[in-house]
Design a protein around this ligand. Structure first.
Ligand code: PMP
Length: 428
């Protein structure tokens, strides 16, 4: 495929935007080449500035679970926009989406809406600190919770792709309050909690890690965290920005049957508009201003367009529960097909999958944490990525990312993808 126009647009963008992109993972730095400039998208397909059609396995990094430009969501946004785009005052739709979200997700009574996953996680940690009156937090190497200061310590996703898991600009004072544990290693968490007795406010985790590729929790790991937190009055925060309303109606809490104390959301909950949220039981949420002492705010929080998109998306998912099974079936089909053709071509690989999240690493060890994720052969990944791109298949431009399937994908699209993977395998 030809990407001439995209390259020209990228050259222009770089003159006025740092690196030509407004979020680093969009650049192709890890895989080489110029990023694709998209002009429109429909269902499972992206259409780029050169007129190419690509099958999309990123789906805006997760939100487009029902496909791009999903008609009911588009209609809701257009109709709402005609009545005004922001008021900075309460609207009824905020209560409607809150009621629906609370009814779909286990163990939460109240939810507050913000504008991004970063804001949601940042606010959740402040709330946990205010509620417990403790300062330290535990996070896991390779997990990404947005770009706020406390989280850019051994972060995953773009932070590690671009070699800055610990970003300059984060002060030593902030960094010292973030304790780092190994994903899927309960003993490591126990030691940290013992060594910092009475000082840890919360453990924050992606219940299924999606920012070092896809890494599901080992059986018993999340249950172990729950026990440690209960025994030490520590709040357990599930970052469900990726998994919320994707793995099940009630997200990872429902699918894996472990309850968190605070849950954060992003991506699917906004139907493609800028939305994040955090939620918990009454006694924790009522610690927030204006009724409690922990301050958190936002001019555009609960924005009517964002709420209209989010409410419509959640209604569609709530009314159509088999969607999650359908997505999981499609993802398994892709897994089986990809494994078969890579094996036939003697390409060493490991595929991780849960629900509609899947990723491939090019080595033979099990990928269970950041260390094993980082062992992958990046040269092989680069060749794989570019071969797929040349064949019109768009996957994330980094091995530290998860693929997100959309239900708009047909089995024909999946077969086309598996054939492209077979072709790619021949040159790996
Ligand atoms: N948490 C997780 C698990 C994420 O994957 C992301 C973004 N990929 C974030 C938080 C941050 O969300 P946002 O990019 O909307 O700030």
């Amino acid at each position: 495929m030809i990407y001439k126009r995209s390259s020209a647009l990228f050259a222009e963008a770089q003159k006025v935007i740092p690196g030509g992109v407004n979020s680093p993972v969009r650049a192709f730095k890890a895989v080489g080449g110029d990023p694709i400039f998209v002009t429109r998208a429909q269902g499972a397909y992206l259409y780029d500035a050169d007129g190419n059609r690509l099958i999309d396995y990123i789906n805006s990094w997760g939100p487009m679970i029902l496909g791009h430009a999903y008609a009911p969501v588009v209609e809701a946004v257009v109709e709402t926009a005609k009545k005004g785009t922001s008021f900075g005052m309460p609207t009824e739709i905020e209560t409607k989406i809150a009621e629906l979200a609370v009814s779909m997700v286990p163990n939460i009574d109240k939810i507050r809406f913000v504008n991004s996953g970063t804001e949601a996680c940042m606010s959740a940690v402040r709330l946990a600190r205010g509620y417990t009156k403790r300062e330290k937090i535990i996070k896991f190497a390779g997990c990404y919770h947005g770009h706020s200061d406390s989280f850019l310590i051994q972060a995953g996703s773009g932070a590690v792709t671009f070699g800055t898991p610990n970003s300059p600009g984060v002060t030593a004072g902030t960094a010292k309050d973030t304790l780092l544990a190994k994903y899927n290693d309960i003993e490591d968490v126990k030691h940290l909690v013992q060594a910092n007795e009475g000082e840890v406010a919360c453990v924050i985790i992606e219940p299924v890690a999606g920012n070092m590729g896809c890494i599901p929790p080992k059986p018993g790991f999340l249950e172990g965290l729950r026990e440690i937190c209960d025994a030490n009055d520590i709040l357990l925060v599930f970052d469900e920005v990726m998994t919320g309303f994707r793995l099940a109606k009630g997200g990872a809490q429902e699918l894996l049957n472990v309850n968190a104390d605070i849950v954060t959301f992003g991506k699917v909950i906004g139907g493609g508009l800028p939305v994040g949220a955090f939620a918990a039981r009454n006694e924790i949420m009522d610690y927030l201003a204006p009724i409690g002492p922990v301050y958190q705010a936002g001019t555009l929080s609960g924005n009517p367009l964002a709420m209209a998109a989010g409410l419509t998306m959640l209604q569609e998912l709530n009314d159509n529960a088999p969607i999650f099974e359908s997505l999981a079936k499609k993802t398994k089909y892709l897994h089986d097909g990809m494994h078969k053709v890579l094996k036939e071509n003697n390409v060493v690989h490991t595929i991780n999958r849960i629900g509609s999240m899947i990723s491939v690493h090019f080595h033979q060890d099990k990928v269970i944490d950041f260390e094993t994720a980082a062992n992958g052969n990046n040269n092989t990944f680069k060749k794989f990525f570019h071969s797929l791109l040349d064949q019109g298949i768009y996957i994330a431009p980094s091995a530290f990312e998860t693929w997100f399937l959309t239900d708009a994908l047909t089995y024909h699209d999946l077969d086309e993808t598996i054939s492209a993977i077979a072709k790619a395998a021949k040159i790996l």
